[in-house]
Design a binder for this molecule. Structure first.
Ligand code: NAG
Length: 206
């Protein structure tokens, strides 16, 4: 009786975090905020390695919105204050300029998310982005539509997951359990899912 209950518990836990490929691929959406050290940890210790191993099978999407609140006057309040808001805006603009190359998007975010976290255009410059175009997006209303897009795509998920970085796979319903499992062990989750799909050709997870 007791072992049956334990068995059922284990089944329900593993089902809760089961990840599956879609046509042999996995989409990973990461909701970030600039001054969040957990996001630094996730990008540096988990996402980069997973991407370097399995980039052929991955679509990575960043949503630099975090726990940003929109005030009644339309202004934004960010979890870590004004600098967090500014850097998130830089991230949205730079990622938009890098769209079409997710490897370069990840390189940019890997450059940004290091300790100590700072506010500058250094990483954009290192990526070779046109800083006049970037600054125009950041400082004028030209970048406002990127705010709206990130906000629309993030708010409901952050409410459910209630942790930054918030991680969602394959545009699934957001789940705190899945997100926390990915935060702890992204590489293994991705590898297990790829290995379970014969069309990927991935068959060992070390
Ligand atoms: C993306 O950028 C990398 C350099 O970071 C380059 O090697 C690669 O060819 C680019 N891919 C595309 C699709 O442009």
């Amino acid at each position: 009786m007791q072992s049956k209950i334990i068995f059922l518990l284990l089944v329900s836990i593993s089902c809760a975090i089961a990840l599956q490929t879609v046509n042999g691929r996995i989409k990973i959406t990461v909701i970030t905020t600039a001054y969040c050290s957990d996001t630094v940890t996730f990008i540096q210790n988990h996402l980069r390695e997973t991407y370097s191993l399995y980039s052929d099978y991955l679509e990575v999407e960043f949503l630099p919105w975090g726990r940003t609140q929109r005030n009644v006057d339309g202004s934004l309040t960010c979890q870590f204050g004004v600098a967090d808001c500014w850097s998130n805006r830089v991230h949205r603009c730079a990622l938009d300029m890098l769209k079409g190359n997710q490897t370069r998007q990840l390189e940019f975010m890997s450059c940004e998310f290091v300790i100590p976290i700072t506010s500058s255009y250094r990483c954009a410059q290192e990526m070779g982005l046109n800083l006049i175009d970037l600054d125009y997006c950041v400082s004028s209303s030209a970048g406002d539509h990127l705010d709206t897009a990130a906000e629309t795509a993030s708010v409901a998920s952050v409410q459910i997951i209630n942790f930054i970085p918030a991680i969602i796979f394959n545009n699934d319903q957001p789940s705190r359990d899945v997100s926390m499992a990915a935060f702890a062990n992204l590489r293994n989750m991705v590898c297990q899912a790829l290995a379970a799909d014969p069309i990927t050709g991935v068959n060992t997870c070390t």
